[in-house]
Design a protein around this ligand. Structure first.
Ligand code: ABU
Length: 366
C-alpha cells in the first residue's frame, strides 16, 4: 500500500510537495474582496489583465530553482496544471471577468493528516483555482487508498458576503490599523470563507488568522469539522492588510516560532505558547524596503520560509538578515533565488503545499 498524503505541521521532514506555476497568471479585476488588499498608492490599482510574459517566464525560472533544491534533497515535487486564467467565470451567484493563477498553492490546499482539502476562498477570481490541482488529487486518490480528497463547503460569494464600499474613501494606514484592531474586515459572516494559508497546523492545534481572507464563521466551521482538534482564532493588530499567517507567525521547529515584529501576537494569545515553553522570537528585518513590482504582498515575505526538517530551512537568497538569524537559531540555511516569483502570490512557503511529511499528529500544547 502506498502512502502518498500525510502532513500534520510545517516542520517535520518534508518528502513530497506541490510547487505552483506562474503560467497564464492574471492581475485580477477589482472585486469586493480584492480591492481591499491593493494599497491605494499601489501601481496595481485599477489595472488588470494577463501579467507580462517576461515576468511569467522569470517567475517560473525562480520556481524551477526551488524545484531543483527540493529534488536534489530527495523531495518528490508535483506541479499543478494551469488553466487559461484570463477567462471570465460565472456561477448562479456572481460573474467575474477573470480568474487569477495557480500560484500560490498554499492559499488553496490545506493538508491535515491524510486529507487535502480545497479551501473556501473569499476572492471570486479564485473560485475555480482548485481545478489546477485536481489532476494531482485524482492521482493521489488512485494511488493512496487512505487519501481523503475533500472540498470545503463552497461559499456562494454573493454581494451579501462582503461589506461594500468598505475602504471606498481614501482610508489612511492608521484607520486601517484601527479596523484590524477592531477585527472589522471586508468579509461578512453569512458563510464560512477562508484561505488555507491562514491556517497554521501544529499537530492537534490549528491556529487560524482572522483577517481579510478568513472570517469568524470559518473558525466555527473548522471546530465542527475537526471536533478532536483545538481551533484557535489569532489576530495580529499591527497588520493593516491581514492576509495569511505565513509572513507573520512562522514555526521553525517544535518550541520555536518567529513573529513579525510589526505584527506581534497579542499578550493574551501568547499565553498558550508560553505555558508550553515555546519561544516566540522577533523575525529579522527584511533586506528590502519595497516588494518587487506588481506584487500584492509585503516585504515580510522575507520570513516566508520553507522548513524541510527541524534543522533545515530554505530562505530567499537575497534575504540575508533572515538567513543570518536562522543560522543563529541553529538552522542549516539553504538560499533560493525566488524573489521574482513573489508577484505571483508569495514566497517559499506560499509557493508550495505539503503532500507528505514524516511524523504523527502530536499534542504540542497539552
Ligand atoms: N501571502 C502572504 C502575504 C503576507 C504579506 O503580505 O505580508
Amino acid at each position: 500500500m502506498t502512502k502518498i498524503v500525510s502532513s500534520w505541521n510545517d516542520w517535520d521532514p518534508l518528502k513530497r510537495v506541490i510547487v505552483g506555476r506562474c503560467d497564464n497568471s492574471v492581475i485580477p479585476p477589482e472585486e469586493p474582496a480584492t480591492s481591499e488588499k491593493v494599497p491605494v498608492d499601489s501601481e496595481m490599482r485599477g489595472m488588470w489583465g494577463l501579467r507580462p510574459l517576461e515576468t511569467v517566464e522569470r517567475g517560473n525560472e525562480c520556481l524551477e530553482n526551488l524545484v531543483k533544491i527540493l529534488e536534489d534533497r530527495g523531495v518528490i515535487v508535483d506541479r499543478p496544471t494551469p488553466l487559461q486564467w484570463n477567462q471570465a467565470i460565472g456561477t448562479p451567484d456572481f460573474r467575474n471577468d477573470s480568474m487569477m493563477t495557480c500560484m500560490p498553492p498554499r492559499d488553496i490546499l490545506l493538508t491535515v493528516g491524510n486529507e487535502i482539502m480545497a479551501a473556501a476562498n473569499s476572492f471570486r477570481c479564485r473560485y475555480f483555482e482548485y481545478l489546477a490541482y485536481w489532476p494531482l488529487m485524482e492521482q493521489y486518490f488512485e494511488e493512496d487508498p487512505e487519501f481523503k480528497w475533500t472540498q470545503a463547503p463552497r461559499p456562494r460569494l454573493t454581494d451579501k458576503s462582503y461589506k461594500h464600499n468598505y475602504y471606498d474613501e481614501k482610508i489612511t494606514l492608521e484607520e486601517r490599523l484601527v479596523r484590524t484592531a477592531n477585527k472589522d474586515f471586508v468579509t461578512t459572516e453569512v458563510e464560512p470563507m477562508w484561505d488555507a494559508a491562514d491556517v497554521m497546523r501544529m499537530g492537534k492545534d490549528l491556529f487560524i488568522q482572522h483577517g481579510l481572507t478568513t472570517n469568524r464563521a470559518a473558525m466555527d466551521w473548522f471546530q465542527r469539522y475537526y471536533p478532536d482538534f483545538r481551533v484557535h482564532a489569532v489576530n495580529f493588530p499591527g497588520d493593516p492588510y491581514p492576509i495569511h499567517i505565513d509572513a507573520t507567525f512562522v514555526p521553525l521547529r517544535p518550541g520555536l516560532i518567529i513573529n513579525n515584529p510589526h505584527r506581534p501576537l497579542p499578550e493574551e494569545q501568547r499565553a498558550i505558547f508560553e505555558a508550553n515553553d515555546w519561544q516566540i522570537v522577533e523575525a529579522a528585518q527584511p533586506a528590502h524596503t519595497e516588494p518587487p513590482a506588481l506584487c500584492y504582498s509585503s516585504v515580510w515575505l522575507s520570513m516566508n520560509c520553507l522548513v524541510l526538517d527541524p534543522k533545515t530551512v530554505i530562505v530567499e537568497a537575497s534575504e540575508v538578515y533572515q538567513q543570518e538569524q536562522m543560522d543563529k537559531l541553529g538552522m542549516n540555511v539553504i538560499p533560493c533565488d525566488l524573489r521574482d516569483a513573489y508577484p505571483f502570490g508569495g514566497g517559499l512557503h506560499c509557493s508550495t503545499a505539503d503532500v507528505y511529511r514524516e511524523g504523527d499528529c502530536l499534542d504540542y500544547f497539552p
